[in-house]
Write a protein that binds this ligand. Structure first.
Ligand code: GDP
Length: 715
């Protein structure tokens, strides 16, 4: 079977934004203009295509990242019969809310480019910065869309300036707006020097005209700036330009395309999704400047059998390789595993090898999600995104590939959860259902974890924030009918050591017949951050938060007891030393010990190791760590004093203040434990006019007096 679509005509991209910037509205317009949807669902009516889960509709936020396929022909080339001009878009949905950054991170791995949507009043907001950083890390090419230009207070220039100042000086305006706020009509394209306005019910007709006289001077000035930025990217073009020869439009676009794909230029567009202005021109930019899978570097991974690095090119002729990036339950089709194909092809009904688990799975059906339907496909090709039905053991971040040519792609790294709470089923029936529900939900969301408290036998769930857990508990009720009591949110504290120490653990029992004998000597110190590129020697086990060095010489502890020692250390670490929180970033060097021919056993060495660990931890300056959040509070001027005063009482470190329109913005770092319920406090302190965002920043040592309280409360 041949591929159904030329690879160079495929664009895999995401639309990313700070919450409320207009991502949902923009996505809706995209689906409308690409013809996959005929009725536009407004967000406030709770009828949008990408938000299909009930509580998402209620809250008006998109939690999940589904992939949707649609088709686009560039403006001005809309001769409907000419299919050669059609491009296939696979749009990977990403959430805007701060508690779901894991979703954004995950999707960065599988998208090749992004449209970044900004609120034309607020400009760059905290989540835009976070998303931008993730996109930088993943080297994702971007085009910017300054939305909501029709709103009172909107300003293209100040939003554009905030992109330049806060995100990247490599941004450059491709357009200037025709009117702002109530007078917003469209935009001037600086490359073509034409004015674009939009008519028809939904702005579906794009009209090209002459630049209004009052904008001509500006347009010329900014065009010169744009052309210079483009020719700077190409020596030949620069040479010609200096001699007074401007490259042709096609040449300019070709140079710009290369520069965007190399993250050297971020083109900036503008408009109003709600008022149906400008979105089509951004879609043209996706075609013109964002990469097709063919433009990407080959994907790299390792051969799971040999550990050797392997590469796969974007070609149907290479062995199959794909990354599963999202599990989702579809109300009509059931459990779906979304995957992105990097090389080769995969047919429905065939078997695929999961190199992460080392097992084979049958792909019963493959579907592609469109705005209003699920299309069943017989085969998927390189560069495509699709969903498999019926996979059992494949989880987010697993690699699917050809068994004969195995490859393991780099795993997607997710942040550790920082909030946890106890959850107790109401009845025996609920108990059983709860287990199943929680397992399913944590399969879908890698930042949602479940654990059982060994002492109380209670179930503890943890996640990225209060709202995150609230929504998951809500889903458990609705989708799985589980009734449960939920405890108060708790901070996910950790413990570590600041110093270093040595300790000895001896577990010796002589009682009649066979006794017990385990004896170890260890050194403990704080672990250095892991350098993934550095090779580790055979006697070292190194993970993100734990390192174990086996320095036993001459068999003073026989080989078979080494791994029980490691196990004993790990268990002691998980139990914590000061207040029962798991310990992190600890390096243990096992350097000596002894054994007894008859009495030594695995269990004796395990106990001896955990005794040594406890003693060493006590001597190595143990401390409690707490999550510190990056907080941004936006309030009208008159509340500023109250807000900063209140924050100071919360052990906040105020890092800066700035003006944004009529409001003041406070940037601070605050311990998470001080921030529970803060939205309510903020609302009541500001007559409902303040707003805030918060996200995890780092773990830091808890001050001694606070630590004493935490320890006392755990006794
Ligand atoms: P999301 O949270 O980023 O998905 O943002 P939404 O698309 O849900 O938009 C948030 C709010 O802003 C909604 O009430 C939209 O109707 C409104 N909105 C979105 N785009 C525009 C726009 O271009 N102009 C105006 N005035 N409002 C908009």
């Amino acid at each position: 079977m041949n591929r159904d679509y030329p690879l160079e005509k495929v664009r895999n991209f995401g639309i990313i934004a700070h919450i409320d910037a207009g991502k949902t509205t923009t996505s809706e317009r995209v689906l409308f203009y690409t013809g996959s949807q005929h009725k536009i669902g407004e967000v406030h009516e709770g009828d949008t295509t990408t938000d299909w889960m009930e509580q998402e509709r209620e809250r008006g936020i998109t939690i999940t990242s589904a992939a949707i396929t649609c088709f686009w022909t560039k403006t001005g080339e809309k001769d409907k019969k000419d299919t050669a001009k059609k491009f296939r878009f696979n749009i990977i949905d990403t959430p805007g809310h701060i508690d779901f950054t894991a979703e954004v991170k995950r999707s960065m791995r599988v998208l090749d480019g992004a449209i970044v949507v900004f609120d034309g009043v607020a400009g760059v907001e905290p989540q835009s910065e976070t998303n931008w950083r993730y996109a930088d890390e993943a080297k994702v090419p971007r085009v910017c869309f300054i939305n909501k230009l029709d709103r009172t207070g909107a300003s293209f220039e100040s939003s554009y300036a905030s992109i330049l100042n806060r995100l990247s000086p490599k941004a450059i305006r491709m357009q200037i707006p025709i009117g702002e706020e109530g007078a917003h009509e469209g935009s001037v394209d600086l490359l073509t020097m034409k004015a674009y306005t939009f008519t028809g019910n939904m702005g579906e007709e794009v009209l090209e005209g002459e630049i209004p006289a009052n904008l001509l001077e500006d347009a010329k000035k900014y065009r010169a700036e744009l052309i210079e930025r483009i020719v700077e990217q190409d020596d030949a073009a620069m040479g010609a330009y200096l001699e007074g020869k401007e490259p042709s439009l096609d040449e300019l676009k070709a140079i710009l395309r290369k520069a965007v794909m190399a993250n050297e230029i971020f083109p900036v567009y503008t408009g109003s999704a709600l008022k149906n202005k400008g979105v089509q021109l951004v879609l043209d930019a996706v075609v013109d400047y964002l990469p097709s899978p063919l433009d990407l570097k080959p994907v790299t991974g390792t051969n799971p059998k040999t550990g050797e690095p392997v590469e796969r090119h974007a070609s149907d002729d290479e062995p199959f390789c794909a990354l599963a990036f999202k599990l989702q339950t579809d109300p009509f089709v059931g459990a779906l595993t979304f995957f992105r194909v990097y090389s080769g092809t995969l047919a429905a009904g065939s078997y695929v090898y999961n190199s992460t688990t080392g097992t084979k799975e049958r792909i019963s059906r493959i579907v592609r999600l469109q705005a209003d339907k699920r299309e069943e496909v017989a085969q998927v090709f390189t560069g495509e995104i699709a969903a498999a039905v019926g996979l059992k053991d494949t989880k987010t971040s697993h690699t699917l590939c050809d068994e004969e040519n195995p490859i393991m792609l780099e795993e997607i790294k997710f942040p550790e959860p920082v909030v946890s709470l106890r959850i107790e089923p109401k009845t025996k029936v609920d108990q059983e259902k709860m287990g199943i529900a929680l397992r399913k939900l944590s399969d879908e969301d890698p930042t949602f974890r479940i654990k059982t408290d060994e002492e109380t036998n209670e179930t503890i769930i943890s996640g990225m924030g209060e709202l995150h857990l609230e929504i998951l508990v809500d889903r458990m009720k609705r989708e799985f009918n589980v009734v449960a009591d939920v405890g108060k949110p708790q901070v996910a504290y950790r413990e570590t050591i600041l110093g270093s120490s040595e300790a000895e653990g001896k577990y010796i029992k002589q009682t009649g017949g066979r006794g017990q004998y385990g004896h170890v000597k260890i050194r403990m110190k704080k672990m250095e951050p892991v350098d993934p590129d550095k090779k580790v020697s055979k006697n070292i086990v190194r993970e993100d938060h734990f390192e174990f060095i086996n320095n036993i010489k001459g068999g003073v502890i026989p080989q078979e007891f080494i791994s029980p020692v490691e196990k004993g250390l790990r268990e002691a670490m998980a139990r914590g030393y000061l207040a029962g929180f798991p310990m992190v970033d600890i390096s243990v060097d096992l350097y000596d010990g002894s054994y007894h021919d008859v009495d030594s056993s695995e269990i004796a060495f395990k106990i001896a190791a955990s005794m040594a660990f406890k003693e060493a931890a006590q001597k190595a300056k143990p401390v409690i760590l707490e999550p510190i959040m990056r907080v941004e509070v936006i309030v009208p001027d008159q509340f500023m004093g109250d807000i900063t005063g209140n924050l100071s009482g919360k052990r906040a470190q105020i890092e800066g203040m700035e003006e944004r329109g009529m409001n003041k913005v406070v940037h601070a770092k605050v311990p998470l434990s001080e921030m529970f319920g803060y939205t309510t406090t903020l609302r009541s302190m500001t007559e409902g006019r303040g707003s805030m965002t918060m996200e995890f920043d780092h773990y830091d040592t808890v001050p001694t007096n606070v630590a004493a309280d935490i320890i006392a409360s755990r006794k």
